[in-house]
Design a binder for this molecule. Structure first.
Ligand code: GDP
Ligand code: GDP
Length: 455
C-alpha cells in the first residue's frame, strides 16, 4: 500500500509573487462508481468519505480548496448524486458539462477494470464541445497488473490515460503534476470575489442622490479605513462599517468622495465608479432620489447591477422631502419603470436625518441570502415537473419542446440550466423564472435561466 501524503507541499513550487485572483478550478467528472469521490478524498489528503449534509445545499457539485506543491487550486467533486435516478445518462452528461464549463480543466475518471462504456463515450463527446483541457485518469489500477487495462483507454481519443488508484494513492502524484501543468495561475472562470470576510457592499446612485451623506451616516464615529489591498492606488478604497452588530465592507468609498472628478464628465465618472465598485461588491445598495422623477441614469445603474449579477437593494433617499402628491407619482413610476426589478427589496430612507437607515441591514441580508442560495437538483426537478404538468410549453408547429431535467449550475447569483429537446419560448422562460421566484423566494437577487438543447 503506497499511500501518499498529498498535502505535504513541496518547497520548490511556491512562487514568490503569488498571483491575485481566484484559484484555478479542476472538475473531477465521470459516470457513477468510477471512483471520483475516492479520488477527491485522496487529493484532499483525507481517508474518510465526505459526508456533507447541509439540507438545501446541492450535493451535485461540491467545491474544495486543495494544494499541491504549494499551488492552491479548487477541486470540484461531481460524485454526490445517485445512480438510480431516471434519465441517468442524460444527467451524467449534463452534470459533467456544467462542471466542465465552470472549470479551467477537467479530470475524466474512467474505471479501468470495467473499461469503456457508452456513458463514458457520451461524456467524452460532451467534453470535446466544452473545449476544456481534459486529463484522462484510468482509475482502479491498484497494481502493475492493471496497467494493461489503463492502456485500453487510449481508444477514447483523449491522449494518454494516466493509471491511478484513488483508493491506494498509486499514480495520483503524477496525475496532479500533469493536471496542474494545464491549469492557469488564476482561474479564467471562477468569480472574482473572495469567499468569507465581511460582506461587500457597493453604495451606488447618480451624483447628488446622497451617497456621501448616507455613508457618513452609516459610518458614524466607528470609522475604519481599509487600505487598497492590491496597492494600485494610495487612496483608501474600502471602509469597514459596523452595522447591525456585524462588519460590512463598503467598497470603493474613495470613489464616492472623489468629487473633483464629477465637475466635468460627471456621467462618465459615475458610470465608471459603478462598474469598478460592482466588480468588488456582492450586494449593491442603489440610492434613488425620491423627491425627483426617476431618471434614465437611475434605471441604467439598476440594470448594470443586474447585468453584473449582484444582489440588489433599492433605497429611496430624501424621504424627508417627500410630499403626498409626489408619493402618488412615485408609486406609478415604480410600477412603470421598475417592473423588471420588483423582486428587489425597497427601503425608504433619509440620509440627512438617518431615518430608516437601520432598515438597510435586513434588506441586504435578505438579498445576500437569496444570492447565496442553492436549490437541490431534486427539489428543482420536482418544481419543474409540477410546473410543466400544469402549464406545458405551448405547441409550436405541432411540436412541443420538452424539459428533460434542470439543475442549479451555480449561485451568487443563482443560475439554472434546463436541458431541453428544443428551444423554449422567451415568454415561457420568463414564466418559469417567475414561478421559481414564487416557489423559492430569491428576493433581492437576479436569477438566470439558460437552456441546453439536446439533439
Ligand atoms: P464515484 O461514484 O465516482 O464518486 O465513486 P466512489 O468514489 O464512490 O467509488 C465507487 C466504488 O469504487 C467504491 O466502492 C470505491 O471503494 C471503489 N473504488 C474507488 N477507487 C478505487 C480504486 O482505486 N481501486 C479500487 N479497487 N476500487 C476503488
Ligand atoms: P452624492 O453625490 O450621491 O454623494 O450626494 P451627497 O451625499 O453629496 O448629497 C447631495 C446633496 O443632497 C447634499 O446637499 C445633501 O445634503 C443632500 N441630501 C443627501 N441626502 C439627503 C436626504 O436624505 N434628505 C435631504 N433633504 N437632503 C439630502
Amino acid at each position: 500500500d503506497d499511500d501518499l501524503a498529498l498535502l505535504d507541499a513541496g518547497e520548490t513550487g511556491a512562487a514568490e509573487d503569488t498571483p491575485s485572483g481566484p484559484d484555478p478550478v479542476v472538475a473531477i467528472v465521470g459516470r457513477p462508481n468510477v471512483g471520483k469521490s475516492t479520488l477527491v478524498n485522496r487529493i484532499l489528503g483525507r481517508r474518510e468519505a465526505v459526508v456533507e449534509d447541509n439540507p438545501g445545499v446541492t450535493r451535485d457539485r461540491v467545491s474544495y480548496k486543495a494544494e499541491w506543491n504549494g499551488r492552491p487550486f479548487t477541486v470540484v467533486d461531481t460524485g454526490g448524486w445517485e445512480s438510480s435516478a431516471k434519465g441517468m445518462a442524460q444527467r451524467v452528461a449534463g452534470q459533467a458539462e456544467i462542471a466542465a464549463e465552470l472549470a479551467d480543466a477537467v479530470v475524466l475518471v474512467v474505471d479501468a477494470l470495467v473499461g469503456i462504456t457508452a456513458s463514458d463515450e457520451g461524456i467524452v463527446r460532451m467534453l470535446r464541445r466544452t473545449k476544456k483541457p481534459v486529463i484522462l485518469a484510468a482509475n482502479k489500477v491498484d497494481d502493475e497488473r492493471g496497467e494493461l487495462d489503463a492502456a485500453a483507454l487510449w481508444s477514447l481519443g483523449l491522449g494518454e490515460p494516466h493509471p491511478v488508484s484513488g483508493m491506494h494513492g498509486r499514480g495520483v502524484a503524477d496525475l496532479l503534476d500533469i493536471t496542474l501543468e494545464t491549469l492557469p495561475a488564476v482561474s479564467a472562470v471562477a468569480g472574482d470575489y473572495e469567499i468569507g470576510g465581511p460582506r461587500r457592499v457597493a453604495l451606488l446612485g447618480r451624483p447628488n442622490v446622497g451617497k456621501s451623506s448616507m455613508l457618513n451616516k452609516l459610518v458614524g464615529s466607528a470609522r475604519v479605513i481599509v487600505d487598497d489591498v492590491a496597492g494600485t492606488t494610495r487612496d483608501p478604497v474600502d471602509e469597514l462599517v459596523q452595522l447591525g452588530g456585524r462588519q460590512w465592507r463598503f467598497v470603493d468609498t474613495a470613489g464616492i468622495r472623489r468629487r473633483a472628478h464629477q465637475a466635468s464628465g460627471a456621467d462618465f465618472y459615475a458610470a465608471l465608479r459603478t462598474q469598478t465598485a460592482l466588480e468588488k461588491a456582492e450586494v449593491a445598495v442603489v440610492l434613488i432620489d425620491a423627491s425627483e422623477t426617476l431618471s434614465e441614469q437611475d434605471t441604467r445603474i439598476l440594470s448594470t447591477v443586474i447585468e453584473a449579477g449582484r444582489a440588489l437593494v433599492i433605497a429611496y433617499n430624501k424621504w424627508d422631502l417627500m410630499e403626498d402628491e409626489r408619493r402618488h407619482y412615485l408609486e406609478r413610476e415604480i410600477e412603470k419603470d421598475l417592473v423588471q426589478m420588483t423582486w428587489a427589496p425597497r427601503v425608504n430612507v433619509s440620509a440627512k436625518t438617518g431615518w430608516h437607515a437601520d432598515k438597510l441591514v435586513p434588506a441586504m441580508d435578505t438579498a445576500l441570502e437569496s444570492w447565496d442560495r442553492r436549490i437541490s437538483t431534486g427539489r428543482f426537478n420536482a418544481f419543474l415537473g409540477e410546473l410543466v404538468a400544469a402549464h406545458p410549453h405551448p405547441l409550436r408547429g405541432g411540436k412541443q419542446p420538452r424539459i428533460l431535467f434542470g439543475t442549479q449550475a451555480s449561485n451568487r447569483p443563482p443560475k439554472f440550466v434546463l436541458f431541453t429537446t428544443g428551444f423554449l419560448d422567451p415568454g415561457y422562460r420568463r414564466f418559469i423564472v417567475r414561478r421559481l421566484r414564487e416557489a423559492f423566494g430569491f428576493a433581492g437577487t437576479p436569477v438566470e435561466l439558460t437552456m441546453r438543447i439536446r439533439e
